[in-house]
Design a binder for this molecule. Structure first.
Ligand code: AMP
Ligand code: GLY
Length: 428
């Protein structure tokens, strides 16, 4: 089978790494990919958002399955584009159509969906540009600090603001609703109750009827140690999550996963792909913070290495609505990923720095993200998050030791990484 993976990050390198282990794979393309995917698959310089170019590529290469990594093409309707095109409609697309992608593309849609299906989540209200004063009143009279304000639409992970003081919250509200801070994405906002607890991510793959629960993960979003400083795309992740034991996971399945899948069915929303439940564990009870309609990054870099089942089989079963006949085999080992970033990220940083040492790494897996090949095939940095290093072992401690030992072998100018990934969970 010929497969195309769309995207260019560590998640897509991890997907490609997992897919090339499948015996039935004949060719693997990644568009646009990075230097890591170039080493195991064929990179094609096509943008995932350029549907016409994607179509041409799929037709030219007789590609049979497209796995969509990031959310943007899904929210823009790439799955519907394939479904409604006579030449493409038999091509399997892993990822929901436009309607299903609204679970991630619109906070208001997601909150209303959870309301309709009694899925536990923070209380909320949605406001539009022309009821800014109502929004301000609501914030003042119905919420307490910390105030949570979210742009309704996609804002590259930056659309959520959490403010300790009313004045900051009202300024943010003003900037989003009236100041066009996130453009169309903040033409409406969701004001939400703050949930106090510990966050984790749970992933499922679903064919719209049946589902399989993938390994849980926790990501470390802040740039600084002890979760300080600005948010990033993710600086590290671990799997499984030690505090997500059987009792908690049963609640997640009964109260969140099942009602979500049933809700999609009831509302006739087809969904073939990954659902990422961003959860808060509030005193032992799970609440949905957000839905995403894809795998997380860097969560994929710890989730996928723990899946023993053949990925192509799993994705094919998803497309053919046969997931209920599939089994999912999970490696019991811990996986830990630490992201190596360019100095300065998530602010300004320089690109084009030569990277050395990754070929020496033997006891961990290196998933490349912001990398490219230089003119003489040397490896260069080309983004803020450069690569994730994933170690696996029987305990969290041992997996982290492997990861950090491997990192010592890699270097590039102003390489930065957090040294405390997983530490908060070790003493539990
Ligand atoms: P996002 O950028 O959508 O991943 O969300 C940013 C972060 O905001 C989440 O990972 C949570 O840590 C936090 N967050 C979002 N909603 C809430 C909430 N209702 N209560 C507490 N924290 C929240
Ligand atoms: N790591 C969070 C995300 O992929 O959205």
């Amino acid at each position: 089978m010929k497969i195309l993976v769309l995207g260019s990050g560590g998640r897509e390198h991890a997907l490609a790494w997992k897919l090339v282990q499948s015996k039935r794979l004949t060719r693997l393309f990644v568009a646009p990919g990075n230097a890591g995917t170039a080493a195991i698959a064929e990179n094609i310089q096509v943008k995932p958002g350029d549907f016409k170019a994607v179509k041409q590529l799929v037709l030219d290469q007789a590609i049979e399955m497209v796995v969509v990594g990031p959310e943007a093409p899904l929210v823009s309707g790439i799955a519907d584009f394939f479904q409604t095109d006579d030449q493409l409609k038999n091509v399997a697309v892993i990822g929901p159509g436009k309607k299903g992608a609204q679970l991630e593309g619109s906070k208001d849609f997601a909150k209303a969906f959870m309301g309709r299906h009694n899925i536990p989540t923070a209380r909320y209200q949605t406001f539009y540009r022309d009821n800014y004063t109502d929004a301000l009143d609501y914030l003042r009279n119905h919420e307490n600090p910390p105030y949570v304000i979210k742009a309704d639409g996609l804002a590259a992970g930056k659309g959520v603001s959490i403010c300790q003081h009313f004045n900051d919250a009202s300024e943010n509200l003003h900037n989003m609703l009236l100041g066009g801070k996130f453009g169309k994405a903040s033409a409406s906002v969701v004001i939400e109750q703050y949930l106090e607890g510990t966050e984790l991510s749970v992933f499922v793959i679903t064919d719209g009827k049946s589902y399989k629960i993938l390994p849980s993960a926790k990501d470390y979003k802040r740039i600084g140690e002890n979760d300080t400083g600005p948010n990033t795309g993710g600086m590290g992740s671990i799997s499984p999550v030690p505090f997500a034991g059987e009792t908690f996971m049963n609640k997640v399945e009964e109260q969140i996963i099942k009602p979500t899948i049933k809700g999609l069915q009831k509302e006739s929303i087809p969904f073939k792909g990954f659902i990422f439940f961003g959860l808060m564990n509030v005193k032992g009870d799970p609440y949905v913070v957000e839905y995403n309609v894809r795998l997380g990054d860097p969560e994929a870099e710890v989730v996928l290495p723990r899946i023993k089942t053949d990925m192509l089989d799993l994705l094919e079963a998803t497309w053919n609505e046969k997931l209920d006949n599939s089994t999912l085999d999970i490696d019991k080992q811990y996986a830990t990923a630490v992201m190596l970033a360019s100095g300065g990220y998530p602010g300004e940083y320089e690109k084009g720095k030569p990277i050395t040492g990754i070929e020496q790494v033997k006891e961990s897996i290196v998933f490349q993200a912001g990398t490219k090949q230089g003119e003489n095939k040397n490896l260069l940095t080309s983004g803020g998050r450069v690569m994730a290093v994933t170690g696996m072992d029987k305990t969290l401690e041992k997996a982290l030791e492997k990861t950090y030992r491997s990192i010592k072998q890699i270097s590039f100018e102003r390489m930065y990484f957090r040294k405390d990934i997983g530490k908060d969970l070790m003493s539990r």
